[in-house]
Design a binder for this molecule. Structure first.
Ligand code: FPP
Length: 254
């Protein structure tokens, strides 16, 4: 429970279990939107909104792991987020350090494998070192794949894949005409993981904001109106239940 739990109005229903669902997604992606509005609503500075957002994130990771979902991708910092005030960027960078300091032991113990999606080279040295260490330490784990997008952009990820393939063509290892969809998938940060089945964006905004463009080709989308710091495990269960009720056709006529 966060230090700001007094401000939180989360539903306290018992969490659902894997066997309660007829169908669960293999890969869930989440855009954690609404921290700023939550802070404003409670007359707090934006950093407090992000801090409370991290509390939600902890619960969501724990529940995803309990439900034995294969992969969870969360959008923590986009390439556009650098344009926010230095104070806000600084607060987010600080939260990244705090998050790994407090969570890494439990995540590793739970067999969670951490992967950072995005360009780590532009991050401050301290953050970069912590992230590389978290990836190294959990690299052989076989449980939940926890993908944390940091300095990430979906188009930049596709540009990177194109460059990798172009290098292979140049080296004579590959014919341009032989490039397949799978080869592109294999050169994304999420290589080897299933495509996104369910994309959740909180706060009622209905945009993808350059998150996992290629991986979301057949994803189901849910846009709960609740702000991210108020997003509860019960809200998450509701989203997962709604996913189970969707008929996925992948372009076919069933
Ligand atoms: C969107 O809310 C949220 C973000 C830009 C950052 C999300 C980051 C965290 C929850 C914490 C950092 C992550 C880790 C792994 C420690 P917003 O500020 O855009 O909300 P608004 O639209 O209401 O202003």
């Amino acid at each position: 429970m966060g230090i700001f739990h007094l401000f939180s109005h989360k539903a306290q229903r018992a969490a659902m279990k894997r066997e309660d669902f007829a169908k669960l997604p293999r890969h869930v992606a989440i855009i954690m939107d609404g921290n700023g509005r939550w802070a404003k609503k409670h007359k707090l500075n934006v950093a407090m909104g992000h801090r409370q957002g991290v509390e939600t994130l902890r619960e969501v990771i724990r529940h995803t792991d309990d439900l034995k979902i294969e992969a969870l991708s969360i959008y923590a910092f986009s390439t556009e987020n650098w344009k926010r005030s230095p104070e806000e960027v600084g607060a987010l960078m600080q939260l990244i350090l705090e998050f790994f300091a407090s969570e890494i032991d439990e995540l590793d113990e739970k067999n969670v494998r951490i992967l950072i999606l995005g360009d780590k080279s532009a991050l401050p040295d301290k953050q970069r070192e912590v992230l590389i260490e978290a990836e190294r330490r959990t690299g052989d784990n076989t449980g939940l794949r926890l993908n944390i997008a940091l300095n990430y952009g979906g188009r930049a990820e596709l540009v990177r894949a194109a460059q990798l393939l172009a290098e292979e063509v140049k080296a004579g290892e590959l014919e341009a005409a032989d490039i397949t969809e799978q080869m592109i998938s294999d050169r994304l940060y999420t290589a080897g993981q299933p495509d996104v089945d369910l994309m959740i964006r909180t706060s009622g905004e209905m945009r993808l904001s350059n998150f996992l463009l290629y991986q979301c080709a057949y994803a189901e989308f849910l846009f709960p109106t609740v702000l991210w710091p108020d997003f509860s495990v019960a809200d998450y269960d509701e989203a997962l239940k709604a996913y189970g009720g969707r008929e996925r056709r992948f372009g076919k006529r069933l």
